[in-house]
Design a protein around this ligand. Sequence first.
Ligand code: GLY
Length: 284
Amino acid sequence: MSTHNTVSVDLGKRSYDVLVGEGLLAEAAQYISPLLKQDRVFIVTDEHIAPLHLEFLERSLCDSGISFETMVLPAGDRTKNFTHLRKLIDELLTRKIERSSTIVALGGGVIGDLAGFAASITLRGIDYIQIPTTLLAQVDSSVGGKTAINTEHGKNLVGMFHQPRLVLADITTLDTLPQREFLAGYAEIVKYGLINDPEFFGWLEGHGSTLRDGDRPGRIHAVVTSCRAKAEIVAADEREAGQRALLNLGHTFGHALDAETGFSDMLLHGEGVAVGMSMAFGLS
Ligand code: GLY
């Protein structure tokens, strides 16, 4: 088993771990298996991630005798809508998914949010596991149980709080992440520094470029620190009655920009957050 860092999200009976390290995907079954109620999972991923990472997950499951079915969805923010939610749920029901089945979301924030939402409402709620493959998903969207789709009224307006059973953040998956997406995720990391951790913000000022260039120990430190910050806030305010709203720093402007650009690749979500944080700073 490779070494990894563990961040616990402390939510009583719904507590779970976020594991951060290198090579976790190829060993995924070892971490997933103890959580399964039956030796069967349903993997949801997208067409960008599947050729890069799916094989490692499937091989690990195969070697451990866990059967799986896989659905590959189109990549991009526009997939997070009613049409694809319905397609996903239809597929789950066609494959006779059961209450004791588990969904595994392999991908970025879009896949995690969509698969998590489907898990929360199919058969009145089944388990799911997050395997985030983008920086944004590793430091933010895979942790904390927010699941949702977008509608023409705005981003994430239809969804549920539904906590995953486990988050596996394999830092090696970031090696194939386009730089633009890495930087978009980096905005969410900076957010944790700005919210309440000046020391971390200072560290980022000194290490931002090495993180961008692939420094794995540095990336692990940044992801673990971000996940710890988020886990603490989520444990204190799971359903955003107060403190959790801090995690939305820059997001009000960011979501408006996302909507204005039609949830298209013109502006990635993290880019909207980066611009939004600077707009919030200007306003304040
Ligand atoms: N991304 C903000 C939150 O999880 O609350």
